[in-house]
Design a protein around this ligand. Structure first.
Ligand code: SAM
Length: 241
């Protein structure tokens, strides 16, 4: 039976493997969740699937778990990146959390012409992705990349990766998601509160890997748009089919 508490750990997982806990994990498991020696916990590390483990040692500042049996194989998400322009803190956190839950393989914050944020807390956003994976039963955690200029990202764009460009300028037009036959590596691009500049729009539309999409007749907030776009893509090409 799967344990109720799930923890992401950096350590390798395998039969009989001892896994040390960080101070924060020990505080959570023994302080907040009131668990002790013998308690069962599910562990995953993004590489070795999910393992049922038991608490061998429990302390205030640390502890040790021991893997007993594998309960799930590693399940990789489809090869989908989510590119988005960071917005206000809570809404950016929401986008990262939802992207991890919904099955993004990589999350790439980009600075566009109208992006207000100059910097992001990459470590905090990565922690949100870990928490989302712990909570949703995932065995993989998407990497949150450092903030990069959109211009630079597009200059280095891998030729084989298609881009679902969510363009608020085309809201309401008959521009649906890609067809199931367009399988392969993909990315979704969501703009900031101020939308895309004319220069960005021209450049994106002209790129051969672009697939322009309308997310309906209303202008959605960026966080809503990210969830809507991922839903459409997952349904058309991803692992929801
Ligand atoms: N300020 C912009 C405007 O008034 O036109 C709205 C930007 S919207 C809040 C943020 C992002 O969500 C957009 O850049 C786009 O990527 C996406 N988005 C929102 N609604 C959309 C729609 N109906 N179709 C396509 N993309 C949309």
């Amino acid at each position: 039976m799967n344990a109720k508490i799930r923890l992401f750990v950096e350590h390798a997982l395998g039969p009989g493997q001892s896994v040390p806990l960080t101070r924060e994990q020990a505080h959570y498991l023994f302080g907040v969740m009131r668990q002790g020696t013998g308690a069962a916990v599910s562990l995953f590390n993004g590489r070795d699937g999910e393992w049922r483990a038991v608490v061998d040692e429990a302390g205030k500042r640390g502890g040790v778990l021991r893997c007993e049996e594998q309960t799930r194989d590693l399940m990789m998400p489809p090869d989908l990146w989510l590119l988005f322009a960071p917005i206000k803190k809570a809404r950016t956190d929401f986008i990262v959390e939802k992207a991890a839950e919904m099955g993004a393989a990589r999350i790439v914050p980009v600075q566009t012409d109208f992006t207000n944020a100059e910097r992001i807390r990459q470590d905090r956003l990565q922690a949100h992705a870990v928490e989302a994976a712990e909570q949703c039963g995932g065995t993989f955690v998407p990497e949150v990349a450092p903030l990069q200029k959109l211009d630079r990202v597009l200059r280095d764009w891998p030729a084989e990766r298609r881009l679902m460009f969510c363009d608020e300028g085309r809201a309401g037009d008959n521009l649906g998601p890609p067809a199931a036959a367009d399988a392969g590596p993909w990315a979704i691009l969501i703009g900031p509160e101020g939308g895309f500049s004319d220069g960005e729009r021209k450049r994106l539309v002209a790129m051969p890997m672009s697939h322009v999409v309308s997310l309906g007749p209303r202008i959605l907030r960026a966080d809503t748009a990210a969830v809507a776009a991922m839903t459409l893509w997952q349904q058309a090409l991803g692992d929801w089919r």
